[in-house]
Write a protein that binds this ligand. Structure first.
Ligand code: MN
Length: 246
């Protein structure tokens, strides 16, 4: 069996519904790379989250709504979008625990922002009102379609995984990393300077991308390598955790 990949759930409480969920593309990306997905819906209970982290070999942080700026010490600007303290309680805590324990962690879009905040970094709450000259990062095209360029730092782990430093990516965000968390390096940026990728220089595997490779992977097979790299890092945890007898 492949390594167990904990995927943090989104939370939605509106229109008479109250549910935790993960979009299927994330499950498929993890499964097709050889991981065994395990959804993490716990909220408001750090001990239970810690118990879940005892059994997962890596953490996958999917996309979603805005991160509460209170978590990085800011008051909300007018352009702040929807946020959900219960959702933050799931994945910001899961990301912090993963970093503390050096469990591999991959963040996608909101997940990259969560990873950065969990590590002690900050965000732009709203690119259009806070980043002068910014491109359109909330694209209106199909979900799989690339809409802007990203340049990857050439000696980064991400460049090694993808085998290239020039990308065109999809873009569905209005927040982005402002100050990278201590120990993290900005490894990708759009032509307007908006941060599109970060990675830890001190952890086994802690990497985030601001675009949505899980929506592109069917048409851009190079993204299989990104999900495979998470699984590969997770295998090292799995093997250290459950050594084969004899
Ligand atoms: Mn973008």
């Amino acid at each position: 069996m492949g390594p167990i990949i904990g995927i943090t759930c989104g939370h939605e409480a509106k229109n008479g519904r109250d549910r935790y969920y993960v979009n299927a593309v994330n499950i498929r990306a993890v499964t097709e790379a050889g991981g065994v997905p395990l959804l993490i819906p716990n909220a408001y209970d750090d001990r239970k989250l810690a118990a879940v982290l005892d059994v997962v070999d890596a953490v996958y942080l999917p996309g979603g709504v805005d991160v509460d700026p209170y978590l990085y010490g800011e008051e909300p600007v007018v352009g702040l979008g929807e946020f959900d303290p219960e959702w933050d309680a799931i994945d910001v805590v899961a990301a912090r625990l993963a970093l503390e324990r050096d469990i591999p962690v991959l963040g996608i879009c909101r997940g990259m922002q969560v990873l950065n905040v969990a590590g002690g970094g900050t965000l732009y709450q709203d690119i259009p009102s806070q980043v002068r000259g910014a491109l359109k990062h909330a694209q209106r095209g199909p979900r799989w379609a690339a809409s802007h360029a990203v340049e990857i730092v050439s000696n980064s782990r991400l460049a090694g995984i993808l085998g290239t430093t020039e990308l065109r990516v999809n873009s569905f965000h209005h927040q982005s990393v402002k100050d990278a968390a201590p120990g993290f390096q900005i490894t990708g940026a759009a032509p307007d300077g908006v941060v599109e990728a970060i990675e830890s220089t001190t952890h086994r595997f802690a990497l985030g991308v601001q675009w949505h490779p899980e929506l592109m992977v069917e048409r851009e097979p190079m993204y299989q390598a990104l999900f495979a790299s998470l699984i590969e890092a997770a295998v090292t945890v799995k093997e250290a955790r459950r050594p084969q007898a004899g």
